[in-house]
Design a protein around this ligand. Structure first.
Ligand code: F6R
Length: 634
């Protein structure tokens, strides 16, 4: 299989739509195809970067190069072994969800005789049946992918004498699932053919050249004229023509449009902000952070756990130190780690930590959370902790940064670079790392059985798909942002792990939209903050899942309390939570997950809301005033 589902880039003020990750590109024209394809893949690398490949039609036939890992690996290969010049080719950057990210599984895939090459986004649901059928006819395969099956089918069609276009039409007729396919054939000079069902594909219309890609960012350097392909359409490109038909062969009505972005926006993969791009990258970032954590013996493993098991078993107190968003991740970690390990956990703002003379012994574990790994307050806190002989475990997104270097153990989050100043994928991957640490300690201390730990990891692994679900259903959230442009104050309420989510929702809104926002523990309302409620005041409420009856019902009472005093309630709760919905002016449903993991989902609409409102207010979302990405002063 190929790629997972994420929402598409969105322009300011618009909502995302479903598309598949992975970037695909096709080119035919006068330029050097390799240059066009590699530069296009670079701009789509945000869509997937576990392997990349290129196929060119040359005078000697099709030449394919593909490499696992980042695009730079492919570039090195091309430098070491240059390809013959060509003006016709296809390329792919992959994010594997099934079928490991190996050289063999990377795209493009060739047919049996190497006559056709094909790249693919999506999933061919009936590939096992097709593969078995082809195997009976003596076909052999060199990869684990569904894509290779399509390449073999397509090649059989062209070998039977059909044009590449007709062969593609015949092939898609046999496929079930969602797919975008782009193919070249040695016997079809100056032609690239593609088919689209469900995942995106855009034609770039040039002068004496044409392009195809998942994302206009990949060809914007060359042309700003584009045609978006519709569902179930096939396109045939030559240097001078673009012919679009539906799967059944009837000519299609096309919708040409002019792209009004510049090249610098293209570096954001077509998103208006890095923050928005990073919000939508979260399902993948979470999946990557979870990758390979259970070994062959069913044991949870962590990256660089350089603390021996005896020492870990002796840990009798944990202090989590972090700043800002990372601190909020720490607050959530407390609930999970204490629940699974029964070790008491304190959570401390890093800049406060060493000034209160904290009680640290050799059996204290200090856990630092830092996306950048360079935050001065956090660094000073861990130096202090180590001087007191505590063991320090850091959760960090930046390989080799100062904080992980100075720690006894590291759990890396695999979020990829976070460029937007407001942390988004940093936060959700920090949560995952915290959960993993808690489960690891439970494993070492024996406070949970092995199968219970694996079951929790499996629940975590189900999160990316559920995050996708939330990120595909944003219309209500975006409408709220439009509607709340004139608000001056927004409140956020939560209980249990929903309380830090409320704090994080408020922080996001403060830092990029400069609105007055406060997060409260819902139970604290009656001790003061309820006085703030007045007619029409927007209050976001994060409601825990229904299984925790007392917790849930208390939260519903809190919603009633604020609503009775005129608040406009925006309720984030489990889908099907009718009780919570009854008191919601706006209901934002969340997929069902265990209580401890709900923050990973509940924070998403809050991030999107902040990003959207700041965008609509005309602020620089990626570089909010007075803030820097990495705070290296105390
Ligand atoms: C808020 C935000 C900051 C950081 C904080 C810690 O969106 O990004 O609050 O979370 O400055 O930064 P790191 O995680 O790099 O230590």
């Amino acid at each position: 299989m190929s790629c997972g589902v994420v929402p598409s880039p969105v322009t300011p003020g618009s909502s995302g739509t479903v598309m598949f990750m992975c970037g695909i590109i096709g080119y035919v024209g006068e330029r050097d195809a390799q240059t066009v394809i590699i530069s296009g893949l670079k701009r789509m690398e945000y869509r997937g970067y576990d392997s990349a490949g290129i196929a060119l039609v040359t005078s000697q036939g099709i030449d394919v190069r593909k490499k696992s890992g980042k695009l730079v690996n492919l570039e090195k290969e091309l430098q070491a072994h240059p390809m013959a010049s060509s003006h016709q080719g296809i390329g792919h950057t992959r994010w594997a969800t099934h079928g490991g990210p190996t050289d063999q599984n990377a795209h493009p895939h060739l047919g049996q005789t190497g006559r056709v090459a094909l790249v693919h986004n999506g999933i061919i649901e009936n590939f096992a049946t097709l593969k078995a059928e082809l195997a009976k006819q003596a076909a052999t395969f060199t990869s684990d992918t569904d894509t290779e099956v399509v390449a073999v089918l397509l090649e059989r069609e062209v070998a039977s004498g059909q044009s590449l276009l007709d062969a593609m039409r015949a092939t898609v007729g046999r496929l079930e699932g969602a797919f975008t396919l782009v193919a070249v054939d040695t016997d079809s000079p100056d032609t690239v053919v593609a088919a689209r069902r469900s995942s995106p594909l855009v034609v770039g219309v040039g002068q004496g050249e044409n392009f195809l890609a998942s994302d206009v960012a990949s060809f914007i350097e060359y042309t700003r004229e584009a045609i978006e392909l519709g569902q179930d359409q096939i396109v045939e490109l030559t240097p001078s023509s673009v012919t679009v038909t539906s799967f059944d062969g009837t000519p299609a009505v096309t919708r040409p449009y002019h792209i009004d972005w510049d090249l610098s926006a293209a570096e954001k993969g077509g998103y208006d902000w890095f923050m928005r791009k990073e919000i939508f990258e979260q399902p993948k970032a979470v999946a990557d952070t979870l990758l390979g954590r259970i070994n062959a013996d069913g044991q949870l493993t962590l990256d660089e756990m350089r603390i021996d098991t005896a020492q870990l078993r002796s840990v009798d107190k944990i202090i989590v130190v972090a700043c800002g968003t990372a601190y909020h991740a720490g607050l959530i970690a407390k609930y999970a780690i204490e629940h699974w390990t029964r070790i008491p956990v304190e959570v401390e703002i890093a800049s406060e930590f060493r000034y209160r003379d904290p009680i640290i012994t050799r059996t204290t574990m200090v856990v630092t959370i830092s996306q950048s790994g360079e935050t001065a307050d956090t660094l000073m806190a861990i130096r202090h902790a180590r001087e007191q002989h505590a063991k320090v475990v850091s959760i960090c997104n930046t390989n080799g940064a100062t904080i992980p270097r100075e720690s006894d153990a590291v759990i890396y989050t695999h979020a990829g670079p976070e460029i937007g100043v407001a942390s988004t994928k940093g936060f959700t991957t920090q949560l995952i790392a915290c959960y993993l640490l808690g489960l690891y300690l439970a494993q070492v201390k024996g406070t949970k059985f092995g199968d219970e730990i694996v079951a929790q990891v499996r629940e975590l692994e189900a999160l990316p798909a559920k995050m996708d679900e939330v990120l595909h259903d944003l219309e209500a959230t975006l409408a709220l942002a439009r509607d709340m442009l004139s608000e001056h104050t927004v409140l956020f309420l939560g209980r249990h792990v929903g309380f830090p989510v409320a704090l994080e929702g408020a922080l996001k809104l403060k830092e990029i939209s400069y609105l007055h926002a406060e997060g409260f523990a819902a139970g604290e309302l009656k001790h003061g903050p309820i006085a703030l409620i007045e007619e029409g005041l927007p209050v976001f409420v994060v409601v825990p899942p229904q299984g925790r009856d007392q917790l849930h019902d208390k939260m519903v009472s809190n919603i009633q309390e604020v609503r009775a005093r005129g608040a406009r309630t925006i309720v984030l709760a489990e889908r099907g939570d009718d009780l919570a919905e009854e008191f919601a002016d706006t209901f934002l449903p969340l997929p069902v997950v265990p209580t401890l993991f709900q923050p990973v989902l509940a924070v998403l609409p809050l991030q999107v809301f902040s990003c959207e409102i700041a965008t609509l207010k005309g602020y620089d979302v990626d570089q909010p005033r007075n803030l820097a990405k990495s705070v290296t002063v105390e």
